[in-house]
Design a protein around this ligand. Structure first.
Ligand code: NAD
Ligand code: WQD
Length: 349
């Protein structure tokens, strides 16, 4: 066994895939998730895939006593903090809820980690912290900004984490914080078993689940937001990354933090993307080609806040974490469709 990782938000889309990859890499995992955007069934399915039992706590990461109890029951070597709210549109309507949940869960977690002498943390950040990038591909040293409340929670948490790691350095603490801020681009796809995948509540905001729900007959038609962007076919370009590749990036980040010099404090950001931009029309056409399904679509107005192009320069993660994305667009489509087709109602089936 390589060690024990506490995974907050481990019942969610990315967290459940990360748990599978961590277990398969030899870690044991403990999950804390209040199930506010997920189902316990995802944890059962991770157990089914890996054949390993998982310690699951249905706790809110903002509850200090509950979190402390988890650290006292398990010898935690590192934490991956996925727990958070992530809907951009919702964050504009109820920003206080987003700030409370995302910031306070992180602050409480940091407090408990300090008290329990755990100092390795991987944080789920997002390409959204680049705001409206002036050029692509985007490197980690690009200026940071945010265009919505959700994005600001990620930006503020990144700043908090940098301050905390710096403070440990200034105070010359014995085991200072070691933090990896993983900035995800656009996670899509599902585990190849078709047993875990993305299960959004209500009508999906994101492109990939929208396409797959049109294919399965839950939704009528895709609206493509804008066909007049200065891109190769006029539709928006993004860096779609297979969720299993993303999950493996977390294993690499944990490996890296666990092997660092214990006396060193660090807080670095890493882009997790493929480095390739794909347009909305290319996504739709590849999905149709790979799955044989027809996706009805129409062109609609641009969605406010969308940028024309956003894709990563992932060189830093390649070089330092020894990670790179391995799966291609066809894998993303095939795996999304297997999950959607086998679980048309998500985890309710
Ligand atoms: P998700 O909603 O599927 O998973 C988040 C999980 O956190 C859910 O299971 C939810 O129940 C749990 N949670 C939320 N608040 C909690 C709290 N206070 N205490 C305990 N559990 C709590 O989302 P995801 O797509 O798996 O995203 C995981 C993380 O990655 C999030 O922080 C998100 O902001 C970030 N991220 C996601 C994307 C994306 O496109 N999916 C992109 C960039 C960053
Ligand atoms: C992708 C492309 C849309 C839906 C969002 C968050 C970001 C991050 C990832 C968490 C764009 C187009 C979409 C539809 C469409 N999340 N589209 N019709 O906007 O790049 O990123 O998820 O951190 O913060 O903003 O992803 O999947 O919503 O959109 O035409 O019904 O698909 O305009 O060009 P986005 P997305």
């Amino acid at each position: 066994m390589k060690g024990t990782v506490l995974v907050t938000g481990g019942a969610g889309y990315i967290g459940s895939h990360a748990c599978v990859e961590l277990i398969e890499a030899g870690y044991s995992v403990v999950i804390v998730d209040n199930l506010n955007n997920s189902k316990h069934e995802s944890v059962n399915r991770v157990t089914e895939i890996t054949g390993k039992p998982i310690d699951f706590y249905p706790y809110d990461a903002r509850e200090k006593q509950d979190l402390t109890e988890v650290f006292q029951h398990h010898s935690i070597d590192a934490v991956i903090h996925f727990a958070g709210l992530k809907a951009v549109g919702e964050s504009a309507k109820i920003p206080a809820y987003y700030y409370d949940n995302n910031l306070n869960s992180t602050l409480i977690l940091l407090e408990v980690m300090k008290e329990q002498n755990v100092n390795k943390l991987v944080f789920s950040s997002s390409a959204t912290v680049y705001g409206e990038p002036s050029t692509v591909p985007i490197s980690e040293d690009f200026p940071l900004s945010a265009t919505n409340a959700y994005g600001r929670t990620k930006l503020f948490i990144e700043e908090i984490l940098r301050d905390m790691a710096n403070a440990d350095k200034l105070n010359q603490v014995d085991s200072p914080l070691k933090i990896a801020l993983l900035r995800y681009f656009n996670p899509v796809g599902a585990h190849k078993s078709g047993r875990i995948g993305e299960d959004p509540n209500g009508i999906p905001n994101n492109l990939m689940p929208y396409i797959s729900q049109v294919a399965v007959g839950k939704l009528d038609k895709l609206s493509i937001f804008g066909n007049d962007y200065p891109t190769r076919d006029g539709t928006g370009v993004r860096d779609y990354i297979h969720v299993v590749d993303l999950a493996k990036g977390h294993v690499k980040a944990v490996d890296y933090l666990l092997h660092m010099d214990e006396s060193k404090s660090e807080c670095h950001a890493y882009n997790l993307g493929t480095g390739h931009g794909v347009s909305v029309l290319e996504m739709v056409n590849t999905f149709m080609q790979v799955t044989g399904q027809t996706i009805e679509y129409r062109f609609a107005e641009r969605r406010p806040g969308d940028v024309a192009e956003c894709y990563a320069n992932p060189t830093k993660a390649n070089n330092i974490l020894k990670w790179h994305a391995e799966k291609n667009l066809e894998d993303m489509m095939r795996d999304t469709w297997r999950w959607q087709k086998n679980n048309p109602k998500g985890y309710e089936d």
